[in-house]
Write a protein that binds this ligand. Structure first.
Ligand SMILES: Nc1ncnc2c1ncn2[C@@H]1O[C@H](COP(=O)(O)OP(=O)(O)OP(=O)(O)O)[C@@H](O)[C@H]1O
Length: 581
């Protein structure tokens, strides 16, 4: 692997990623020393063998020969110890670097806006933040341990043999170059087969994951047999790819072994020739033989790293691309009013999702005074959730402006936005963590007293009392209703001035529904609210109604006025549901 191929493959962004993996100066110095020892100690071993052989032939005493043998043993042990220390140091370096990089990527990914996350699945992000990072870090360790140490060892062997006999040195150098060239070429044959085998394996796992996730639907619809047949086909494709990969691998291994054996025989022949012509001693011939044997392992390691290098380079590029992603929503610098309810005003708002031509909202104008509540009504796909997302500034409108507390949301800073505007979605995300962490979302707790008070406030007092470890209980099986109430409790804790509420559309039991209704009333008291209403009963509490149809407001006004208007859509909706106006 030449340094040129490294330079060609690594972009400036990737270089900045590698900088994150760089160890401190003391760690680097220790590693350099350990790698130097890992290389130098094995290089010294054949010198001792030469001495032993020549001295033995020269009739040295048993004591003298034993001492040389002990020195040889000590050298071997020291070489292994140095390798262990270097591997440990390189491992530490990789772990530290991996953690730094993973943390940086996770923070970066969390800071990117919804438009980005809409384009990338959670699985893809996990692969980036974990899989790619590990591939890169592993390569860094392997690079230091295998590439650097192996290259040093090879160079050392060639230099030493040159010193012994320049003609044999030349032959060894030519042999190394030939073997290196041959192995690199052979590797090129192996890489596509290995890639095909990995792709087949990814397909199998992707299919398994998807089918297992949908197991309930598949069984309910009697699609099990078809799924198993498909599974069989994908497994067969993996088998074929693996067999091909293994066949190429075995052939290459056999070819490499023959090439090394031939090379060793030639070097041995040269040494024998030099011995006969009297230019070498027997010990030196043994030394050359041993050095020739030493070239095989570094070569194999180097060649193996070419394959790892491809994977690491691909990972590195993807990591760098992710780090180069910038939030598309520029951060404002102003703050929303710190206390009290916040008014909401949409002025001629139009919106299309990034990369999508479809106009999801157009010409939406409405006003909510501080403390007022708005019920958003409309058929599925009419744009209710999208409108809520704009009020939370998860996206910016493509036309018009969204103002909260008099401030255009584009001018507001993230911190103020996230504390002053709260959201409760129907898709409540609970984490495998304690109830306390689920309430505070891992932020410093405002105190157990306050948490208990809020849980009582949303009607979860009895539930809390029944939990084995109270606030420290790890949340596992939580019902949909309880999850909703926990989400209300989160919103209470943040004490926002504007609350966006996407009501649960699924049916809950009457008792839970009542508790949720009560919690909504408490949450909205003294706050401005936008409710995406799925239950008409929720609309009894709102001040205003906006009916959305295909992204346009087709009816908007005070609830009481619309209910009283015999021709209004809202009135007809109430009539249809049998709810009194
Ligand atoms: N992330 C997205 N990217 C692209 N288009 C989207 C995205 N989310 C929603 N849409 C599209 O925007 C339109 C409005 O969707 P939206 O979810 O706002 O409707 P909704 O009224 O909330 O529907 P529901 O009542 O089913 O939740 C739909 O045509 C939908 O396909």
């Amino acid at each position: 692997m030449s340094s040129r191929s490294f330079d060609q493959g690594i972009s400036p962004h990737s270089t900045s990623v590698l900088r994150l993996l760089r160890p401190g100066p003391r760690q680097s110095a220790a590693l350099v020393a350990a790698i130097a020892a890992t290389t130098a100690l094995p290089l010294a071993a054949p010198q001792i063998t030469r001495r032993f052989v020549d001295d033995a032939i020269g009739g040295a005493s048993i004591r003298h020969l034993t001492l040389i043998a002990v020195a040889y043993l000590a050298l071997a042990v020291a070489g292994q110890a140095a390798r262990l220390v270097a591997a440990w140091l390189a491992g530490r370096l990789a772990w530290d670097g991996t953690n730094r990089l993973r943390e940086r990527l996770a923070r970066h990914a969390l800071g990117l806006d919804l438009a980005f996350h809409g384009r990338h699945t959670p699985g893809e992000m996990i692969e980036r933040v974990d899989g790619d990072v590990v591939a890169v870090a592993d390569f860094v360790v392997a690079f230091l341990m295998d590439v650097v140490a192996s290259a040093l060892l090879l160079a050392g062997v060639v230099v030493i043999v040159f010193g012994v006999d320049w003609r044999i040195g030349c032959a060894l150098l030519a042999y190394c170059l030939l073997i290196g060239w041959g192995m690199a070429r052979a590797q090129r044959l192996a890489v596509p087969a290995a890639a095909r085998s990995r792709a087949a394996s990814a397909r199998l796992f992707g299919m398994l994951e998807e089918r297992l996730a949908g197991a309930e639907d598949l069984r309910a619809n009697g699609a099990g047999e078809h799924t198993v047949r498909r599974f069989h086909q994908v497994s067969a494709a993996l088998y074929r790819a693996e067999v091909r990969d293994a066949r190429i691998g075995t052939t290459l291994l056999a070819g490499t072994s023959v090439a090394f054996a031939a090379g060793t025989a030639i070097m041995l022949g040269l040494a024998a020739w030099a011995l006969r012509s009297g230019t070498l001693t027997v010990g030196t011939a043994v030394l050359i033989f041993q050095y020739t044997l030493m070239v095989r392992t570094p070569f194999e390691r180097l060649i193996d790293q070419i394959r790892q290098y491809q994977a690491a380079l691909a990972g590195l590029t993807r990591i760098a691309d992710l780090l180069a992603e910038r939030p598309t929503l520029p951060e404002g610098t102003r703050s929303l009013p710190a206390t009290g309810p916040l008014g909401l005003r949409l002025e001629g708002v139009g919106f299309a999702y990034p990369g999508d031509d479809e106009q999801v909202l157009s010409g939406v104008t409405l006003t909510l005074a501080p403390g007022e509540t708005l019920g958003l009504v409309g058929r599925t796909g009419s744009g209710k959730t999208t409108l809520a997302r704009l009020a939370l500034r998860l996206y910016d409108p493509t036309e018009g402006a969204v103002r909260v507390g008099g401030l255009d949301l584009r001018e507001a800073g993230q911190a103020s936005l996230r504390t002053r505007i709260g959201v409760v979605t129907q898709d409540v995300q609970l984490f495998a963590a304690s109830l306390r962490d689920n309430l505070t979302l891992f932020r410093p707790s405002p105190g157990d007293g306050r948490l208990r008070e809020v849980l009582h406030g949303v009607g979860l007092g009895d539930w809390l009392a029944g939990l084995p470890d109270g606030l420290d209980t790890e949340l596992r099986a939580v019902s949909a209703g309880e999850a909703q109430l926990i989400a209300f409790a989160r919103a209470f804790l943040a004490d926002p001035g504007l609350v966006v509420l996407d009501e649960a559309s699924s049916r809950l039991d009457p008792a839970t529904e009542r508790r949720i209704e009560q919690s909504i009333d408490r949450l909205l008291a003294g706050r401005t609210g936008v409710i995406i209403a799925h239950r008409l009963s929720s609309l009894s509490r709102v001040d205003k109604i906006a009916v959305l149809d295909h992204g346009k407001i087709v009816e908007y006004g005070r609830r009481a006025d619309l209910a009283a208007d015999p021709g209004s859509r809202f009135g007809r909706l109430l009539d249809l549901a049998g709810v009194s106006r």
